[in-house]
Design a protein around this ligand. Structure first.
Ligand SMILES: NC(=O)c1ccc[n+]([C@@H]2O[C@H](COP(=O)([O-])OP(=O)(O)OC[C@H]3O[C@@H](n4cnc5c(N)ncnc54)[C@H](OP(=O)(O)O)[C@@H]3O)[C@@H](O)[C@H]2O)c1
Length: 239
């Protein structure tokens, strides 16, 4: 069985990536930070389907020391999915150094150093890396300055790693459009949501399954590297 590490894998899109990969015969390492209880529940559930196939590691990716702890705890790896992310509204004017550090550390520095730290183990297995990016890595989302910058950086990181880690490791990205509304913010009104949906060619939100299925496709492909697939119902047609 191949082994996959999914950061931020306890909830929402990350949890669906975990389930889809597990359904498709991957052993799983769920990384989480605050959602340890959710991660344990998910892990218990999947281990009851297939014994000793899932384990949980936790750590705040804002802290660089935790990256080496995670790297050292992994014995063998076939797939790294950099999914963990920080997302909240902040205009340029209101953004402080703490926002810059927190968002860039989790969304960009952590994927860089996890990829670097795990590259030998991935190369040993001809493995791959999949970064979960965002369609706003190309066109900015208003009032999310530092987030936009972090995801633009993650896109470039994907292409850079694809070049440098070839031929042993393939590196690709998935850019979701509007899949799940953020849990932490209540700032998106129903009217704003309606306006957002109207700009999607397919007139509907995507589901975490759409993202997880694309991750699975990229994980199983043998001749795709350096590519970023938008899974956005055609949202970028109207950007
Ligand atoms: N939701 C969407 O519609 C959408 C749209 C575009 C792009 N995306 C991208 O798709 C991915 C998944 O989206 P999502 O909405 O499911 O993400 P999310 O719920 O906002 O965050 C995913 C996970 O990131 C982890 N995380 C946050 N800060 C962390 C830290 N300091 N250290 C370690 N882990 C941390 C959290 O883990 P814990 O809960 O364990 O703390 C959280 O469960 C993200 O990369 C996101 O940017 C999503």
């Amino acid at each position: 069985m191949k082994t996959a590490l999914i950061t931020g894998g306890a909830a929402r899109i990350g949890a669906q990536i975990v389930k889809t990969l597990h359904d498709n015969n991957f052993k799983i390492v769920i990384h989480c930070n605050r959602s340890l209880e959710k991660a344990k529940l998910l892990s218990d559930n999947l281990n009851s389907i297939s014994k000793d196939t899932v384990k949980v590691i936790s750590g705040d990716l804002n802290n660089i020391d935790n990256i080496s702890t995670i790297v050292e705890s992994i014995e063998s790896l076939d797939l790294l999915v950099n999914n963990a992310s920080v997302f909240y509204p902040k205009s340029v004017e209101n953004s402080e150094i703490e926002d810059w550090d927190n968002v860039l550390n989790v969304n960009l520095r952590a994927p860089f150093f996890l990829s670097k730290g795990l590259s030998k183990k991935l190369a040993n297995n001809d493995g791959s890396i999949i970064n979960i990016i965002d369609i706003h890595s190309d066109k900015p989302l208003k009032n999310h300055a530092v987030y936009n910058i972090s995801k633009a950086g993650l896109k470039m990181l994907t292409q850079t790693l694809a070049k440098e880690l070839a031929p042993r490791i393939r590196v690709n990205g998935v850019s979701p459009g509007y899949i799940l509304w953020p849990e932490a913010t209540k700032e998106i009104s129903d009217i704003e949501k309606k306006l957002m949906l109207e700009r999607i060619a397919l007139n509907k939100q995507g589901s975490p399954h759409d993202i997880a299925d694309t991750v699975l496709f990229l994980a199983n492909s043998d001749y795709i590297t350096g590519q970023i697939i938008n899974v956005d119902g055609g949202r970028t047609l109207n950007q």
